[in-house]
Write a protein that binds this ligand. Sequence first.
Ligand SMILES: *Cc1c(COP(=O)(O)O)cnc(C)c1O
Length: 413
Amino acid sequence: MHCITRTTVKIMTWTPTREDFTTYMLPNYNPQAVIPVRGEGSRLWDQDGNEYIDFAGGIAVNALGHAHPTLVEALKTQGEQLWHLSNVYANEPALRLAKTLVDATFADKVFFCNSGGEANEAALKLARRYAHDHYGAQKDRIVSFRQSFHGRTWFTVSVGGQEKYTQGFGPVPGGIVHGSYNDLDSARELINDDTCAVMVEPMQGEGGVTPATPEFLAGLRQLCDEHNALLIFDEVQCGVGRTGHLYAYMAYNVVPDILTSAKALGGGFPIGAMLTTDKVAEVFVVGTHGSTYGGNPLACAVGLAAVQTIGSAEVLAGVGRRHQLFREHLESINDKYDCFAEIRGMGLLIGAEFNERYHEKGRDTLAAAIKEQLMLLIAGPNVLRFAPSLIIPEEDIAEGMARLDRAIGSLSV
Ligand SMILES: *Cc1c(COP(=O)(O)O)cnc(C)c1O
């Protein structure tokens, strides 16, 4: 029983357990049994001092591993200077990061927020507002694709292509339609003169680690141009070095009107960004959109260090080499167990889809991997997903793969 008259906070220290999660946290997650307490590079240690190899990277976030000295330094330095101002004042870290992103991409302008979902929310609102101001209120249709994931706010989850995430929450916002990913004909049927935006992940992450075909993205660009619709690339998961390019659009050579970024952008510190051109940005006049924490100095100082480090030729080139290593290891695991139907992905976002014999063994593999002291991800019940640090040492890849081999070997099929 909670007593409403007791209003003080008791100061106490104790060591929380996994059971405390069930006691104190909402049941919308089901975390693994172990609680990591420390990380360094691509290794983590739990409360009992057991060491783990990290192939999950905090869901494609810790792109420089854990406790990277450059990021730690940026956080400490900024932490002693200034934490927060709000958007009533400009701040140096936000301006530095904005200029860095503008100089490195197609974009002229940047809006900062705190997460991928918020970046996409801003992108969708911007596209609606742009169409409204230039062409009229009827131009409000948003086209996206099944299996896509764009966040959990009500607008972004409705634009996302997985119905199970919107069921039971009441009426979804109007004007949203879904086509089939990598199917240009299906997009062509949906995109018309009332379309204000097409939102697409250049590589679907949550939906199964599926890269777009070059023809698909180029075709979307053309359809958007024909119908005065804005092309939005959701690069929340595939951006910031993940593909071996600073942003995935650079690999495809297809330039969007709006790009959203988060996850690896902060290397573990929460930050989101929406990038766009001057022409589109112009409609967000004072007061149209905002965020209390957006452009927070701590987040932007760490983000700047992350982008500068990841954006170096050395780190980006290393991603391709590591991709090859992951692929070779996964192929030899497949030779041994005959478990995968397909190994796919770009750079260090890699999916290994189970075949019929191992159908929907994803969750079991995560649990078996933890027993072998390996952290990895799934993308749906049937796909193992690898999103490690972009600078994961080669010996950590080899050791992690030896553990994955044992984990898969322990599954009963
Ligand atoms: C993770 C993700 C999001 C949502 O980001 P949050 O920071 O969780 O709000 C949006 N789009 C894609 C492609 C993602 O992978």
